[in-house]
Each structure stands twice: as C-alpha cells, then as structure tokens.
Design a protein around this ligand. Structure first.
Ligand SMILES: [Cu+2]
Length: 188
C-alpha cells in the first residue's frame, strides 16, 4: 500500500506539473481537477501516510509532523492584508477571509485591487489558483469569482489538507495584467 501510494503521488506531481506548465487552457485545468477528485483518496493517503522510504512521502510525513506554523513563506493573516503585484502595476488586498484565518475546507475570500495611487482599477478579470508547493498538487475545485462594487468574491477556495498552500491571483485589467501570491499555513 505504501509503495502504491508513493507511485500515485509521484505520478500525480508529474501530471500536475505537465498541466501547470501548459495551463492557460481552462478545459485542461478542469480535466485535471476531475482527475484530482477521482484520485483524491489515494492522494490524501500519500500525503498524510505513515512515512516510508519514498522521498516524496518522507517529505510529506515530515511536513505533517512538524507543521508549517513556523514556515517563513506563510503569511500572518489579518483583514486587509496586501500584496504588491509582481509587475508593480497593481496591489492585491485580501479584504477579508471566511473563515479567518484561512482554514482547512472551504474558504471564501473578498479581494480588492488598487493601482499605484491606491485608486480602484475598475472591472477586472480574476483567476485564483490554489496550490500546495511542497506537495506539487492543486485543489479539487477552481474557485468561482463574482464581482460586486469592485470587490471580488473568490469561492470556494478549497484547502483539502493541512500544510502550506499558495493561492495565485492573476488579474487582467484595463491598466494591464498583474499577479500576486498569498501563502497560508493551513492547520490540520
Ligand atoms: Cu498535499
């Protein structure tokens, strides 16, 4: 069972890597998420398995044992947490999160975008992608984005297992495109 989980897990990382590097095609992502949902029991078994000789499983077991609370990549959640965009064009503000701080299971985030002067940027197209960088896999669902008064409700953001999660936010606006990433340590 241990060897099988390891294999499933490794195969999974490779598959996700392929999809990740060739993404931009929503159908591809949806197909992947369907696959992920089907393979979820095996995946969870591999990630939280009882430890074993397979390297990926050893790392996952160590991560689960130590937790990510002290991980320097993880943000301390507070309402209004802001991240500058990678292109220096926009600022991404996580106005609020439900639950707060972000937790295992289904999450909803309220997001706002600002330009360099702190002004709103009007209508934007936003894509949110949850991912576990240390495990090499994404989530079971693609969050939906709904807009109200230049605020963006992202839901559901599904953190289906404990550990470090990254949510990459990509925004297309009239000012241009930008992206930012939020990292949170999700407790078990
Ligand atoms: Cu994982």
């Amino acid at each position: 069972m241990r060897a099988i989980s390891g294999l499933v897990y490794s195969g999974f990382g490779n598959l996700y890597g392929f999809v990740w590097h060739h993404r931009g095609n929503v159908d591809e992502r949806r197909t992947f998420n369907t696959l992920l949902a089907a393979a979820l029991p095996a995946l969870v078994g591999a990630c939280s398995g009882g430890g074993g000789p397979a390297p990926s499983e050893t790392d996952a077991a160590a991560n689960a044992a130590i937790g990510c609370t002290a991980d320097a990549r993880a943000f301390d959640y507070e309402p209004g947490l802001e991240q500058p965009g990678e292109s220096g064009l926009l600022s991404f503000r996580l106005v609020s999160a439900e639950p707060a701080p972000p937790a295992k299971g289904q999450n909803s985030w309220l997001l706002e975008l600002f330009d360099g002067d702190g002004a709103g940027v009007g209508a934007a197209e936003i894509e949110a992608t949850p991912f576990m960088p240390d495990h090499g896999h994404g989530s079971t669902q693609i969050p939906s984005v709904s807009v109200a008064d230049e605020s963006y409700d992202l839901s559901p953001i599904v953190f289906f297992m404990p550990g470090l999660w990254r949510v990459r936010l990509e925004a297309r606006t009239e000012l241009g495109d930008d992206a930012a990433e939020f990292f949170f340590c999700i407790q078990g």
